[in-house]
Write a protein that binds this ligand. Structure first.
Ligand SMILES: *[C@@H]1O[C@H](CO)[C@@H](O)[C@H](O)[C@H]1NC(C)=O
Ligand SMILES: *[C@@H]1O[C@H](CO)[C@@H](O)[C@H](O)[C@H]1NC(C)=O
Ligand SMILES: *[C@@H]1O[C@H](CO)[C@@H](O)[C@H](O)[C@H]1NC(C)=O
Length: 282
């Protein structure tokens, strides 16, 4: 009897875990030789896509590359916070060739409320239409900050930090000034010249939009190699003012509501049709 209880308990535990577990679409990365728009988002129905059980949540994302190609990902349990939209703009220059590229990224990260995956085409579409990225013109204004140069003195980089994790300056082996500022409820700064190679100079602007409380976290990273303190707080502040990604929470939620509404209407219609049909038969 005790053994039975044990197994029954185990069964309940496993079963409950199964019931509480989240279902997500998961696919191999999909690569396209054109730019993905809201009109051509691929649905997770290819052979290599499956619905899997996730511990934490689901995600669907697009990455747009400078050469006009794009990638779409359907994932379970990404390493991100849920109930969020993440947007990232990246500008980099290869130091030896002087070639500049811009890449953009957006992901919708959610916890499914029941057994239906939430990483869907519709949700990604909503995320995209509610987001306004900085324009190429705005981005290119800051190329001057990352211009490749040969003259570099690591000791001239700004060095200051109140961020929890900030790599230490290593004057002997550093090749690039790094400046990171994170703006959330507080401002955290990391300015340093850490050890390591610098194949590209870059800046990236990363924003998390929290859907639960309609707040956002902005994080800007600038990796530059110029004579002087190119990683200054002032330079990063100017980027914050110009390159901010805008997200329209109202648009997002209104559109979500309208999709739910139309689904409800369709279900209602199906119910009525089913009802009439059933009635007719008798
Ligand atoms: C894009 O890919 C399709 C099929 O994979 C191919 O037919 C087409 O020629 C490609 N277009 C370009 C511009 O590479
Ligand atoms: C970190 O430093 C910046 C600039 O000095 C300051 O505005 C900010 O409040 C500081 N943040 C914390 C967490 O101390
Ligand atoms: C908003 O929600 C996020 C995620 O739950 C949390 O980390 C953040 O501190 C919240 N911000 C405010 C201002 O309440």
């Amino acid at each position: 009897m005790m053994l039975f209880n044990y197994y029954f308990g185990l069964f309940l535990l496993v079963h409950t875990r199964y019931l509480l577990a989240y279902k997500c679409h998961e696919c191999q990365g999909m690569i396209f030789n054109y730019s993905i728009t809201i009109d051509n988002i691929p649905s997770p129905t290819r052979d290599d896509c499956k619905i899997i059980t996730a511990e934490n949540g689901c995600s669907v994302s697009v990455r747009w590359f400078d050469d006009g190609t794009s990638e779409v990902y359907y994932d379970a349990d990404p390493d991100l916070s849920f109930d969020t939209i993440l947007a990232k703009t990246e500008r980099k220059v290869t130091t030896w060739s002087g070639e500049y590229v811009t890449n953009r990224f957006i992901s919708y990260n959610c916890k499914p409320s029941n057994t239906t995956p939430c990483n869907t085409v519709d949700n990604l579409k909503l995320a995209i239409i509610s987001t306004v990225f900085p324009t190429d013109e705005q981005i290119q204004k800051f190329d001057i900050l990352i211009i490749p140069t040969t003259e570099f003195y690591g000791s001239l980089c700004l060095q200051v930090s109140n961020m929890t994790y900030c790599p230490k300056t290593n004057i002997l082996s550093c090749q690039q000034c790094i400046g990171i500022i994170q703006y959330s409820e507080q401002i955290d700064i990391c300015a340093t010249c850490p050890a390591g190679k610098a194949v590209t100079n870059f800046f990236d602007y990363y924003t998390i939009f929290f859907l639960n409380n309609q707040t956002q976290l902005d994080r800007i990273t600038l990796a530059c190699r110029k004579y002087g303190a190119c990683n200054s707080i002032e330079n990063i502040r100017r980027m914050k003012n110009t390159l901010i990604t805008k997200f329209d929470f109202d648009k997002f939620f209104q559109s979500t509501a309208s999709i739910i509404k139309s689904t409800t209407i369709i279900l209602f219609m199906m119910f009525i049709i089913g009802f009439v049909h059933g009635d007719y038969r008798e």
